[in-house]
Write a protein that binds this ligand. Structure first.
Ligand SMILES: [Zn+2]
Ligand SMILES: [Zn+2]
Length: 250
């Protein structure tokens, strides 16, 4: 996959859209699906072969609040840490653990413009979340404008758009804005991550928010970004905010 998407700007112009389509959707009309992890023929309408599909690290029984796997499934679905210090997220759903092949597919999607990998990851999320309580709206965790310009596309929005379509949920990227250009979270420790995010998100509108919102993001690591985004929505009047992520890093 050429890396030209990252240099394309401004984001989401007609030329970028046609470029995405030619590199991604158009090739699907001509070629059968191929496993993005190993190159074998895809199965089940996915760009994954039977073996890689069977080996996916689907999320095991986990804490409802933070999506960390429960070591001893006791019937109680909240971990001790979340009981003591409840996070702002009412529920966190993860499709998979952030493990192979997600640890290769997600960076390909996020940093190298591989939208076919993004489409596959969104399909996995739709399968994982088809049975969970539906929110009133999906809100992708926004990128700051400057990072969007550099990257050329917003990975959370690209996951959320097909997911909203597949599950018939309203997609509302307009409800939340990233107003501060924060340092990449991956370069910081946990305490600095939280500090980095103070006032990073703002709800720009004045209309009442949907009561139940699910934030969509690619990976949850410490949860600091999702917590900051959830707090902004709760402060602005949302009654409940969940997180829906593709991969949960341990
Ligand atoms: Zn495969
Ligand atoms: Zn927990």
């Amino acid at each position: 996959m050429p890396d030209t998407v990252n240099q394309a700007g401004p984001a989401y112009g007609i030329r970028e859209r046609i470029g995405f389509w030619l590199r991604n959707d158009a090739t699907r009309l001509l070629f059968p699906s191929v496993c993005l992890a190993c190159g074998e023929p895809g199965v089940d309408g996915l760009d994954l072969c039977a073996d890689c599909l069977a080996a996916l690290p689907w999320q095991p029984p986990s804490c409802i609040r933070c999506a960390l796997p429960l070591r001893i499934p006791t019937g109680d679905d909240t971990c001790a840490a979340c009981m003591l210090d409840p996070p702002p997220l009412a529920a966190t759903r993860a499709a998979c653990l952030y493990d192979a092949p997600l640890d290769r597919l997600l960076p390909r999607f996020k940093f190298h413009g591989d939208l076919a990998a993004g489409r596959l990851l969104s399909q996995l999320m739709a399968r994982a979340f088809s049975g969970v309580p539906r929110p009133d709206a999906l809100v992708p965790v926004p990128l700051h404008r400057a990072r969007l310009r550099r990257r050329g596309y917003d990975q959370a929005l690209e996951l959320a758009r097909p997911l909203a379509g597949a599950l018939d949920i309203a997609l509302r990227p307009d409800l939340l804005v990233r107003q501060r250009h924060t340092q990449p979270q991956s370069t910081l420790d946990a305490a600095t991550r939280r500090e980095n995010l103070v006032d990073a998100f703002v709800v720009p509108g004045t209309e009442p928010l949907p009561a139940h919102i699910a934030l969509v993001d690619d990976v949850m690591t410490t949860g600091a970004t999702l917590h900051a985004a959830a707090e902004a929505l709760l402060d602005a009047g949302a009654a409940r905010v969940d997180a829906w992520v593709c991969g949960r890093a341990l």
